[in-house]
Design a protein. Structure first.
Length: 245
């Protein structure tokens, strides 16, 4: 009898809780798969990084199911804009303010610097520049979906396409003069690219970063205003503060 009762309780529990595991009930973060060390696909095919680990820990404290999946950056933004995902992690822009609300706690505060080829004929001049407008007249490479680039590089000769990794490979191949991007992300991505493309390692090794910080941004969890989970934002902030972020 006891065994039958226990079996009944287990069955009832299984019937009562499946919604918690369904993707539609989970808080869905569309992650950037090419933003090491914050989020990237490692050599074992796993989505890893600072944001991935931090969100897993925060949502475990909230007892809220989390779906955090890697995408090409343009695709991640599209999923949120079309209401197919709840959130992305990036910097707020005027365009994003129209349909997203930001966490108060910043998840990262990256510095933006210039990257050029060591053998560029104007290497020293490019590395010495202290303002974005000083790059007028040069071919500035950027990657698709970079909201910071769209907001800050207007008026420059910008060639925008592909992913960050693809853009770095183009820069190393001499297809542009300069890339302005987050220093930690770019340096980590260069290291990953050298392992992934050993035949390009020498040219990637010649990419150097300026010591001049051109901008500093705050990266936040940005949640759709019409998401069924938007009410969680204050709780997420509280947990992030408790975790020491």
């Amino acid at each position: 009898m006891f065994g039958r009762l226990m079996s009944s309780f287990v069955l009832l529990g299984m019937l009562a809780t499946p919604a918690l595991a369904e993707d539609r009930e989970a808080f869905y973060i569309a992650g950037d798969r090419d933003e090491a060390p914050y989020g990237w696909i490692d050599r074992d095919g796993r989505f890893v990084g600072h944001y991935v680990q931090l969100m897993q820990e925060a949502f475990a404290h909230l007892w809220v199911p989390l779906r955090h999946e890697p995408h090409e950056w343009e695709e991640a933004q599209r999923l949120v804009k079309e209401g197919k995902a709840d959130a992305i992690i990036t910097t707020m822009t005027p365009e994003r303010e129209e349909y997203l609300v930001a966490s108060e706690v910043a998840l990262a505060e990256p510095e933006w610097v210039a990257f050029v080829r060591e053998d560029h004929p104007e290497r020293d001049e490019l590395l010495a520049k202290e303002r974005l407008e000083d790059f007028a007249g040069y071919r500035v490479l950027d990657y698709a979906g970079n909201g910071w680039g769209k907001a800050n590089l207007e008026g420059l000769d910008v060639q925008r396409e592909g992913t960050l990794s693809e853009t770095l490979r183009r820069l190393a191949a001499g297809e542009g003069d300069v890339l302005i991007n987050m220093s930690e992300v770019t340096e980590h991505t260069i290291r990953e690219l050298k392992r992934a493309y050993p035949h390009e390692a020498d040219s990637l090794e010649r990419l150097v970063a300026s010591s001049n910080v051109l901008d500093v941004t705050s990266m936040h969890l940005l949640v759709r205003k019409d998401s069924p989970h938007v009410h969680l934002v204050p709780r997420i902030d509280q947990v992030l503060r408790e975790l020491g972020i």
